[in-house]
Design a protein. Structure first.
Length: 271
C-alpha cells in the first residue's frame, strides 16, 4: 500500500518525465520538443527513447528492432494472432482485436512470462563462470523452478535464432555476457540431463539484459514483440464473410457426455 503522503503529493496534477502535450503548441518527450527531436529519427528510435529516457546507439536500436521484427509472423493459427484473426472474422474493430491479441501475449507458459523469467535469471547470473553457473542451475532445479526461454513445443530448434545471431554479429552485438550465457545455459542443461533447446525467448531476454533495459522497460518492450503480424491477420479475416475462419461443423465434434434425455409430454389436463 502507498503512504498517504504519496497521494497528497499527487492531488490535482500529474508529475511525469515521460512527456507532455500542450494543445496548439506541440508536445515534449523526455523534456525535448517531440517534432524537432523526431524529425530525423526512426519510430523505433523514438519508441526506445520515450520508454527509457536513454539515447541508444544506432547498432542497439537496430538490434532491438530486429529482435522485434524477426518474430512478427503473420500466421492466423499462432496462439495470440488467432485472437486477432477470430475477432476479425467476427467483424470486430481493429483496436479491439489487436489489443486482445497483445493482452493474450502476456501469459505464463508462453510470451512475456518465460521471457521475463529468463531476463531475471540472466540479469542475476550472466557473469558467473561455468562452475558457479552449474551450481545455480542445480539449485534452480532443486527448487523445481522453470527455465524460461528453454524448450519449445512441436519442434526443438528455433528457426529465429540463427538469423538473429547473424544480424547481431553484423552489428557487433553477439558477444555480450547475457547472450553468451544463454548459450552456455543450453549446453549446461543438456549435461545436467535436461536437454531443453533454447527458444527465441532466451535470445530476447539476453539482448534486453546486454543492452541494459531495466526490467520494466524490458517488460514494455516485450509486450509488443508479436505485434507485427497481428494487423495483417485481422485485416485478412475481416475482409472475408463473417465467421468463416476456422469454422467447426457440429459433425466434427465428438461428444462423450450424457445422452440426451427424453422429456415426458404432460397431458392436456395436467398442470
Amino acid at each position: 500500500m502507498s503512504e498517504p503522503r504519496d497521494f497528497d503529493a499527487a492531488i490535482g496534477h500529474v508529475v511525469t518525465q515521460a512527456g507532455g502535450f500542450f494543445p496548439g503548441l506541440g508536445a515534449r518527450v523526455r523534456g525535448l520538443p517531440l517534432h524537432d527531436h523526431a524529425s530525423t529519427r526512426s519510430w523505433f528510435d523514438l519508441y526506445l527513447f520515450s520508454l527509457t529516457g536513454r539515447q541508444f546507439s544506432s547498432a542497439a536500436i537496430e538490434m532491438l528492432e530486429t529482435v522485434w521484427t524477426y518474430t512478427s509472423y503473420a500466421d492466423p493459427r499462432i496462439w495470440n494472432n488467432r485472437i486477432a484473426a477470430v475477432a476479425g472474422s467476427a467483424h470486430a474493430s481493429a483496436g479491439l482485436a489487436i489489443g486482445a491479441a497483445i493482452a493474450a501475449s502476456d501469459a505464463h507458459i508462453y510470451g512475456l512470462g518465460p521471457i521475463l523469467e529468463c531476463y531475471d535469471f540472466l540479469n542475476a547470473h550472466a557473469h558467473e563462470d561455468d562452475e558457479q553457473l552449474g551450481t545455480t542451475v542445480r539449485a534452480h532445479r532443486r527448487r523445481k523452478l522453470r527455465f524460461g526461454g528453454y524448450g519449445r513445443p512441436i519442434v526443438a530448434e528455433d528457426e529465429r535464432i540463427a538469423p538473429l545471431m547473424k544480424r547481431a554479429g553484423t552489428l557487433g552485438l553477439d558477444k555480450g555476457a547475457a547472450v553468451k550465457t544463454a548459450f552456455r545455459l543450453e549446453q549446461l542443461l543438456a549435461r545436467e540431463g535436461l536437454p531443453l533447446k533454447m527458444n527465441y525467448g532466451a535470445m530476447v531476454a539476453a539482448f534486453c539484459v546486454d543492452l541494459e533495459l531495466d526490467r520494466t522497460a524490458a517488460e514494455a518492450y516485450v509486450a509488443t514483440l508479436f505485434l507485427g503480424g497481428m494487423p495483417a491477420v485481422w485485416k485478412e479475416a475481416r475482409d472475408q464473410p463473417c465467421g468463416v475462419l476456422l469454422p467447426i461443423p457440429v459433425e466434427m465434434i465428438e461428444y462423450d457426455g450424457q445422452m440426451p434425455r427424453k422429456w415426458a409430454v404432460p397431458q392436456a389436463n395436467q398442470r
